[in-house]
Ligand binder design. Structure first.
Ligand code: DAH
Length: 345
């Protein structure tokens, strides 16, 4: 029996060592150590041995078994490594190959301005609201105290689609919508950025342009609130040390109304080509919400008051980035737009 086991051991060792792949190794494993394997058979045949022989043979079989298992494990490890090396070699990527260039877009200067304005007002507790660009005469004009035939309509040369529908000429239309949609007639604090349209086309006017409207309605709102808010707004957008000048003006939806000028940020008020030697640049329209507008949109002017303002975002972008032709903002010329990449760095 001992001889037989020694024999099996020799053969098994030779087969394990001579195996040239995982499959052959596995075959050898099954052949000698499997359930029906040769070494396992020796253990089964122990019944025919004398009680003295049994522990000796049992021990021998176990020693051989351990030895073979150890060898197999080592070999398996070797094959695993070889397989891994093969895979790594096969899947190697040549990182010296030039990559395909992905062209990165850049944020449009107008979107930069809009995001900046939104961030500022949201930080002051305002909601950002939008409205339709195809607007009704009712919301664009009538509910803003501009009845049909009102001469102030002439300032806004409009694209009418039908006699009732037009491309909105001002984001002020969203004011009326916000008031009408507020069923509880509770306080309002919103800004409304968006596209607007008028029949204009020159270096400083485009038929499509962008405005942002602001509206606050609450109890005891005064001109001081408007002034403080606009100071924060203008200084954040155009420069810390700017002075504001409120010039009495006329808008049908506000009373009193003001045009707001800022001291010229280029020449600091001394007079230059940008401010046409006046030292001031007009940036905003604003005022205290007209009682008629409150009334028409469901708010009691005895209880509530409010302020509103509106400004052209294109103008802000032009001032901020030194752009001299508004049409550049709408041409989508990559050579122009790419210059704003730098603003991200
Ligand atoms: N909607 C005006 C325009 O397009 C701008 C404006 C002026 C808006 C005064 C306002 C305001 O809210 O109070 O010229």
């Amino acid at each position: 029996m001992e001889e037989k086991i020694e024999n099996i051991k020799k053969l098994a060792i030779a087969e394990i060592e001579n195996s040239s792949n995982e499959k052959e190794l596995n075959d050898a494993k099954i052949k000698y150590l499997g359930k029906k394997g040769e070494l396992t058979a020796c253990l089964r045949g122990m019944g025919s041995l004398t009680p003295e022989e049994r522990p000796v043979i049992g021990n021998l079989v176990n020693i051989v078994k351990n030895k073979l298992e150890e060898m197999i494990e080592k070999k398996e490890e070797e094959y695993r490594k070889l397989e891994l090396d093969r895979k790594l070699r096969e899947e190697t990527i040549d990182i010296t190959l030039p990559s395909t260039k992905i062209k990165r877009g850049s944020k449009h200067p107008l979107n930069r301005i809009i995001e900046e304005v939104e961030d500022l007002f949201v930080s002051m507790g305002y909601d950002v609201v939008t409205g339709p660009e195809l607007e009704t005469d009712e919301y664009c004009f009538e509910r803003l105290n501009l009845p049909k035939g009102h001469p102030a309509r002439d300032m806004q040369d409009s694209f009418y689609i039908t006699s009732e529908y037009l491309l909105r000429t001002q984001t002020s239309a969203v004011q009326a919508r916000a008031m009408m949609e507020n069923e509880e007639k509770s306080p309002i604090r919103i800004i409304c950025p968006g596209k607007t349209y008028r029949r204009d086309d020159d270096a400083t006017h485009s038929h499509q342009f962008s405005q942002v409207e602001g509206l606050v309605i609450d109890k005891d709102i005064s001109l001081a609130d408007l002034k403080g808010t606009l100071e924060v707004f203008v200084r954040k957008m155009l420069g810390d040390n700017l002075q504001l000048r409120f010039r009495p003006s006329y808008f049908p939806f506000t009373e009193p109304s003001y045009e707001v000028d800022v001291s010229c940020f280029k020449c600091e008020g001394k007079g230059c080509s940008l401010c046409k030697q006046t030292g001031w640049i007009e940036v905003l329209g604003s005022g205290i919400v007209h009682p008629n507008v409150l009334k028409m949109n469901g708010y009691d002017p005895e209880k509530y008051s409010g302020f509103a303002f509106g400004t052209g975002l294109d103008r802000l972008a032009m001032f901020k980035y030194g752009i001299t032709d508004i049409r550049l903002l709408y041409k989508n010329d990559v050579r122009f737009l790419k210059q704003f990449d730098r603003c991200d760095r």
